[in-house]
Design a protein around this ligand. Structure first.
Ligand code: RP5
Length: 171
């Protein structure tokens, strides 16, 4: 893709199953994106080169997903002035807390907007909200999305009010 609005870096192909939720969300909003496997530790030079190239191509937001000693979002943030969203990936050893802490505890001056562990959909939505600051089309789509969220809650409440809470109980 020539001029993506969002660039997504994933630390390994093993992260892709989780990250797919972000990609699907971007596609649902018709956001152009580029996605690459790049590692802060295993391919550091390629990672930095990619960030610089994508910034030159006009990328507005970066999403970086990584697990364990998850330094990828921080490395991206160190090399761009664009906002960076960090997506911590669930890990077998420590349940993703290692990823979360590695991403969220950035030094002063180099922020990474960190979403929840495996919260790929939220990473995609946050990227779209950033784009919506300067794009009325994305803003309108985001308002519609929010209205749908509200409608879903109202429908659930209607079912609860009609059938009573015992429908939800095993006892
Ligand atoms: C991190 O190490 C990746 O982001 C991934 O979450 C984790 C494991 O990578 P693989 O060993 O599956 O390649 O860098």
């Amino acid at each position: 893709m020539n001029n993506p609005a969002v660039a997504i870096l994933i630390g390994s192909d093993s992260d892709l199953e989780v990250v797919c939720d972000a990609l699907v969300t971007l596609e649902e909003f018709s956001v152009s994106y580029d996605v690459c496997v790049l590692s802060a530790h295993r391919s550091p030079q390629h990672t930095v080169a990619y960030v610089k190239t994508m910034e030159k191509k006009g990328v507005q937001v970066f999403i970086a997903a990584a697990g364990g000693a998850a330094h990828l979002p921080g490395i991206v943030a160190a090399h761009t002035v664009r906002p960076v969203i960090g997506l911590p990936i669930l890990t077998k050893a420590l349940g993703g807390v290692d990823s979360l802490y590695s991403i969220v505890q950035m030094p002063s001056g180099v922020p990474v907007a960190t979403v929840g562990i495996n919260a790929a959909k939220n990473a995609g939505l946050l990227a779209i909200q950033i784009l919506a600051l300067s794009d009325r089309n994305f803003e309108a789509k985001m308002r519609l999305y929010k209205r749908k969220l509200t409608k879903g809650v109202q429908e659930k409440n209607a079912v609860l009010q009609k059938s009573g809470w015992r429908k939800y109980s095993n006892t």
